[in-house]
Design a protein around this ligand. Structure first.
Ligand code: SF4
Length: 613
């Protein structure tokens, strides 16, 4: 018996419409848990190491974990995994809304989609049936229209994970949108759905797996829900979500300015801060299912220029499509976010590639002959919006920008100026402020990422991990403990991505990591202690690293983008940058890898992975 799971992985071959099911022993689920690491295991076993991500041999994996079905706060999440068209290795992204519980509610833990359909299709899964349906009428529609049309054809209560036109056109950073609400933005998994002619997956189900101790699980769920509902941070998030952090981050120069070349934008950035956000964008909280925190914001802007009704910009949008391109017009940033959501593209990579293109234009690497006469100037909201349209449609310069910052910069011979690791653009957090990010980005298994490891949250003073030995805040610009901080967060991030849980959930006491561990034990009967959880995090992170190495994206890609070694001339982080060489050496030592960054046989044995690699 595998408690907490259905022990049922569905496989759909789009070449011929075959549907089959697989199961595994409990050890498999204890080792890979679910979500991103389960997906990594499937990529490791089934997707050839040298294959192009757009080859039909790539797979798209929809995966839940042991928490989906429990109704615990944070468990609305689910993961989508494929070989990434940006990094050619593990591409995984998570989203919320209500898709995770509805997906598992159909009686499955994961879905592997393989092959390529000869024509556009969507998949409709309920507790009773699975259908592959024609999507030719829906192909070409934006993400909002797609959700409406698929719901009309299926059920108005269905949860829809879909791609927009950008995914169809294989924009390398295409996202997957859920119910016009939440987005799996990173790593370009939407482009892989598009390459398979898969427009959407619709799910609706309420089944629950058998839990080891249902009564105890219920009690812990109530305890956690109550604790989060009265937590002060929750009230802050409900007021205006992650944008609430913009003023602090921007004041500390944690946000990018002028594609990471600028600093000191506090005065200009005031127009993007929380007070303005709420007032200008008319926000209301839009929580994921079961969430008492509600960081997602619904915004309404209707005037002569904008007609926006939907998910509002997150902190990352304000950073990457605001400060990064020197745009401080909040309505324009909300408009940019809305366009990214409708075309189905990642706001971080979109902001990055637009910023890089503006720098390329300024420095003369491209000119108006490359842009059909467009002047790619900084601080131009209308231009930014036009560029998103061009990217989403792959028109004009947008076709080249749709390849992403790394490939576009390489086509100009200027890849050293691109701010990415393994091909994934850096999010809006600067390692010159939070030194731990240098190692976190360099050895991130999906590339430069602030979420599969969020040590910046500890550096900024918002988030401790006492169960993992991180029980006090750190000092900016002090090296002591910063590498270790990154590694602990990476291991914790591997758990969050595999469990699959929202990382905003944890507060000391009744909603602590220990409380969630108790819930995991009640769901699965694994009876883990904190040490087992910590080891599991290291094991799953390490497995993902092994996949990176197998895919040819190993230690030679453990780099820090050149711009992060250029200190700011002024402001809070004046003159500072992380000593990357020292940190990466320390990282390999602390990890117990060899001095070149390869995972050793001893480490593989220590983590009980020898039967899986
Ligand atoms: S905190 Fe935000 S992302 Fe996390 S579950 Fe709640 S609404 Fe969803």
């Amino acid at each position: 018996m595998v408690y907490g799971y259905f022990n049922k992985i569905m496989r759909i071959d789009l070449n011929n419409g075959n549907i089959s099911y697989e199961s595994h022993d409990e050890e498999y689920f204890k080792t890979f848990m679910g979500g991103s690491t389960l997906g990594a295991k499937i990529l490791y076993d089934e997707v050839p190491k040298d294959s192009d991500p757009f080859d039909d041999s790539n797979k798209v994996i929809f995966a839940t974990g042991p928490f989906q079905g429990t109704g615990i706060p944070g468990s609305a999440k689910w993961s989508i995994i494929a070989k990434s068209p940006l990094t050619s290795t593990l591409g995984d992204s998570a989203a919320g809304g209500k898709f995770g519980p509805n997906f598992k509610g159909c009686g499955i833990d994961a879905l592997i989609v393989e092959g390529k359909s000869p024509k556009p299709v969507y998949i409709w899964i309920t507790e009773e049936k699975v259908e592959i349906r024609d999507a030719e009428e829906i192909w070409g529609k934006d993400l909002y229209e797609t959700v409406d049309l698929v719901r009309e054809e299926t059920n108005e209560k269905a949860s829809i994970a879909a791609i927009g036109p950008a995914g169809e056109l294989k924009v390398r950073y295409a996202s997957v949108g859920i119910d016009k609400h939440s987005y799996a933005g990173r790593a370009g998994v939407g482009a892989i759905m598009g390459s398979k002619n898969l427009k959407a997956v619709a799910v609706m189900g309420k089944k629950k797996p058998e839990f080891y101790d249902e009564q105890k699980l219920k009690e812990i769920k109530t305890q956690i829900t109550k604790a989060l509902a009265k937590d002060e941070r929750g009230h802050d998030l409900k007021r205006c979500g992650t944008p609430g952090g913009f003023a602090t981050y921007n004041g500390l120069d944690n946000t990018p300015k002028k594609y990471w070349d600028g600093c000191c934008w506090s005065k200009e950035g005031e127009a993007l801060e929380a007070a303005m956000y709420n007032d200008v964008l008319k926000v209301k909280p839009q929580p994921c299912l079961y969430c008492p925190l509600a960081c997602h914001m619904h915004v309404s802007v209707h005037d002569e220029k904008y007609d926006i009704e939907g998910a509002g910009p997150e902190y990352e949008t304000l950073a990457m499509l605001g400060a990064n391109v020197l745009v401080n017009d909040l309505k324009a940033v909300a408009g940019a976010h809305d366009l990214c959501n409708k075309y189905g593209i990642d706001v971080i990579s979109t902001g990055a590639v637009i910023g890089f293109a503006m720098e390329a234009f300024e420095k003369g690497w491209i000119d108006e002959s490359d842009t059909d006469g467009l002047k790619l100037e900084w601080a131009n909201p209308d231009l930014m919006l036009d560029m998103i349209h061009l990217i989403g449609k792959r028109q004009g310069i947008g076709d080249r920008l749709a390849e992403g910052t790394y490939f576009f910069s390489k086509s100009l011979g200027k890849e050293e100026y691109s701010v990415q690791v393994r091909g994934l653009d850096s999010p809006g957090h600067d390692p010159r402020l939070c030194y731990s990010l240098a190692v976190n980005y360099a050895t991130g298994t999906r590339g430069a990422c602030h979420y599969r490891g969020c040590p910046e949250e500890t550096e900024i003073g918002d988030f401790l991990l006492p169960e993992f030995g991180i029980d006090k805040p750190t000092e900016y610009f002090e090296l002591e403990g910063k590498t270790n901080l990154a590694l602990v967060h990476q291991d914790f991030g591997a758990i969050m991505g595999s469990a699959v849980l929202c990382a905003f959930m944890f507060v000391e006491g009744e909603a602590s990591i220990t409380a969630y561990l108790n819930a995991l034990n009640a769901a699965t009967g694994w009876n883990w202690e904190v040490e087992d959880l910590v080891k599991s995090g290291e094991r799953m992170y390490t497995f993902q690293r092994i996949l990176n190495i197998r895919d040819g994206k190993g230690p030679e890609f453990d780099t820090m983008p050149m711009k992060f070694s250029k200190p700011a001339p002024d402001g809070f982080r004046k003159g500072k940058f992380p000593p990357f060489e020292t940190m990466i050496k320390e990282c390999y030592e602390l990890r117990g890898w060899d001095d070149k960054g390869y995972v050793t046989e001893d480490k593989i044995k220590e983590l009980n992975l020898e039967n899986f690699v």
